[in-house]
Design a protein around this ligand. Sequence first.
Ligand code: ADP
Ligand code: MG
Length: 134
Amino acid sequence: MSREGASGVGPLPILAVGRLVKRFGGFHALDGVGFTLHAGEILGLVGPNGSGKTTCINVISGIYRPDGGRVLLDGRPAGGLPSHRLVHLGINRTFQVPKPFLAFTVRENVELAVAYGRDPTTRMSSSPSSASRI
Ligand SMILES: Nc1ncnc2c1ncn2[C@@H]1O[C@H](COP(=O)(O)OP(=O)(O)O)[C@@H](O)[C@H]1O
Ligand SMILES: [Mg+2]
């Protein structure tokens, strides 16, 4: 899995992953993965079971720390940051099995996600109106 972007040409990618390595013991689940993602682009990871797609997402979203390589978000290092910090920089992940708060309405679930999203300074004031836009 490798798709290196052209270096130094064109606009800064939103996400740049380079030579990413993740090991589980002696097993290399990721061994030099690289790709870039630009604004407006949709990028899919495709591969057989066990090829490292979920591990790649888990490293980028802060669930696992990388053992090597880099993750740049808007040009700034983001590799190894925990999920609760990455969410404020604009990275989060969803899971195949949704886990909404069942005691909340759909709107309240959206409001909660917005409140803990990118901008913590507007946490209490902006969530209802932001949720309406969503
Ligand atoms: N927490 C873990 N501990 C040990 N091995 C793991 C762990 N997570 C994934 N792996 C191994 O890493 C490889 C890649 O797994 P994964 O990223 O789930 O692949 P995919 O999502 O492409 O099916 C597999 O061989 C898997 O068994
Ligand atoms: Mg998977």
